[in-house]
Design a binder for this molecule. Sequence first.
Ligand code: SF4
Length: 358
Amino acid sequence: MSKKLHITGLSINELADFVQQIGEPKYRAKQIFKNLHERRALDFDEMTDLPKAFRQNLNEAATVRTLKVESRYVSTDGTRRFLMKTHDNYPVETVYIPTETRDTICFSSQSGCPLKCDFCLTAKLGLLRNLTAGEIVEQIIVVLNDVYGADATPHGTNLVAMGAGEPFLNFENLIKALEIMADEAGLFIVPNRVTVSTAGIVPKIYEFARLEKRPNLAISLSAPTDELRDKLMPINRRWNIEELLRAAKAVEKTLRRGERFTFEYVLLGGVNDSDAHARALAELLNKYDLQRVKINLIAHNSAEPLEYHPPDAGQVERFKKILESKGVSAYVRRPRGRDIYAACGQLAAKNAPNLVQV
Ligand code: SF4
């Protein structure tokens, strides 16, 4: 177990305190920060603009990398899934999703997840532990280095906190990691290029709405009635749909010009995908007068041992059309990386022998 300080999770001010503690001038903090986050250095020896003796001191007191990539899978659609281990051996999964216009990195906020969404493979792991801010940032750096190489600076990378875990149950570390990544001296991934997805931790939705520099929000809804949502997403028994949509309404009031927020709706064949469900969903949003929202429809991805099935493709279209006919914007999210267990609800540290590592 590493006893060294994981320097990747320090803000620039914390870095300044740290370098002073080891007897160096404060300005060194900015040099280190740039090396870590802009140049994405893999270790202190790569930071050749620092004196050698200082690099040795750093090596003794701190570490740059703590995640170990155990497997890397590349889908036929270009999606890449990284299965990593923390220094204390907990699984971390991160997915890179390229499209013609932009790249998205889907990162994990926890190892495993304590929530028990019935349609999600990650739920089967339970909560293993919260990830540190450094481990969250490091996931992004690992992926960027893999995709772009160490030198190139990526443009237009989006981040989504939709990997393993409930981000709002690791709120402080999540926000700290996002602040580090937004710094223009480093990765410079600003909040409006980040989306955080919650299963519905209502008090944290209010806290999130009050953040000065707030990322985009997605709320996973997946059922239009409490009866069904209690079963599919047991967090609903703690905060029901009414409480959730009141919180959503509070977020709506804080939206920037042109911004909307998202409800995610996982369509499970024969369970929550009927015409009646679509009508009930539209009525629900209209009842709370939620206007600046859109619904992302996500067809369930089969993953054993889950017993749910993907919806019929024609029914997905009908569902979308019903929502639209009632004034609700709806989009069908194209599944990515299904063949490598990288798609929504499939992240569960799966290292199956039939998967080809690249
Ligand atoms: S869907 Fe998200 S919140 Fe629910 S169990 Fe899976 S990882 Fe956790």
